[in-house]
Ligand binder design. Sequence first.
Ligand code: ZN
Length: 395
Amino acid sequence: MSEVARSITYRLYPNKNQEMKMNHFLDCTRRAYNRLVEICKTRIEHNLGFPSDFDLIRMVTKIRQRNEEMQDVHSGCFHSVAKRVHTAFVRWAKGCKDGAGFPRFKSWKRFDSFKYQINQFSFVGKDGKKGGRERIRLGKIGLLKYRNPYVIKGECKSAVVFRRKIGNHFEWYVSITSVYEGYGKDTTFVDPVFVRKDVGIDLGLENLATLSDGKIIPNDKTYKKKEKSLSKIQRKISECEIDTPDYQKQLSKLTHKYKRVRNHRDDLYHKITRYLSERYSNIYMEELPVKEMVEDSFKGMRKSFSDASWGIFTKLICYKAAEAGNNVVFVNPAYTSQLCSSCGNMVSKDLSVRVHNCPNCGLVISRDENAAINILNRGLRLQTVAGNSLNSHDG
Ligand SMILES: [Zn+2]
C-alpha cells in the first residue's frame, strides 16, 4: 500500500455576496503576490540571496497586517501565496525544462486562484453542520453550493479556488486534493489474469497512444471535429482587429468551445488511463512531451493545448496506476522513433514518414509501434539496472 494524492474539481455556485468576497480574495492575494515578487527581485538584483519559504511567509503576514482591507481574507490563503512565489522562483532558478521564466507581476486577468490549506475548508450539510455533504465551507467566505458528482476519498489536504472566464462572465471551481492509501496489488478491481506485465506507450497526435504490443488507441472523431472547429474560430480571431465588438464576440465563442473540447478530452483521458493503468503492471513512457508536438510548428493555443493534454494524460495515468498498485516509469525520449527496435540500427526519418523500414534487419512496422517498443526496452533496461543494484546492496 502506498499513499496516493488525488485532485477532484467541483463547480461552485456562489451567491452575489460570496462572489464579491471571492473576487476580493483574488485581488488581495494577487497584490500580496506582486509585492513578494518585487521583494525577491530586489534581493536578487542586490545579491542578497533568495528568501526561504519561511521568510516569505513572515513577509506576507506583515503585508497583511499593514493593509486594513486584507483582514477579511483568510490568512491561510496568504501563506499559500508565499509558497507559490517560492515555487515560482525555485523553478526559475533551476532553469526548468518547461521553460519557466523569471516570475512576473500578475495582472488582474492573469491571477485566477487562491488556495486553502488543510482545516481551512470542509464539507458540511445544508445547515452547516458536520456529517453532511451538501455544502462546502470556505474559511471567511461561508457555505457554498457546489455540484457534487464524485465523493472524495481520504483526507482533504488543500483546496484551490479558481475562476474561468466563459464568454463575458466567470465560472468558479474548487479543486480539492486528498491523500489516501492506494489499493494494494492484491485488491485491484481487474481480474489478475488480465494484468499484463510491461508495456511501452508512445503518445502522439495522429493516434492518441500506440502500445508496444501493437494496440492502438485512436484519437476519437468527435474530439478531432471539435478541435478543428476550435482552430477555425482562432483563425477568425486572428483576422479581427483587437478589441472591436466582433473580436470580443469571437473570443467569447472560443472560450465556450474551448471548455467543451477540454471536458470531452478529460472524459476520454479518464477512461483510457484507467484502462491502461489497470491492465499493465509496469507502464513505460517518455519523460518529455512527444517529439511531434514540439517539432511541428503548431501555433498558439493549438500547441499549448497539445502540451497541456500530454501533462494531463501523464498525471492521470500516474495516480490511477498508483491506485491500482502498478508503476509508471519515465524513460529518456532521445531517438525513440529513429532507432530500430529490433537491431538498434539508426533509421533517420522525418515526421511525414509513418512506417519504420529497417534496411539492416528488414523490420517493417509502424513508426509509432517501433517507438513504443523502444520505450519498453529502455524501461526494462532501467528496471534491470535498478534490480541489480538492489541485489548488490542486499548481498
Ligand atoms: Zn533493424
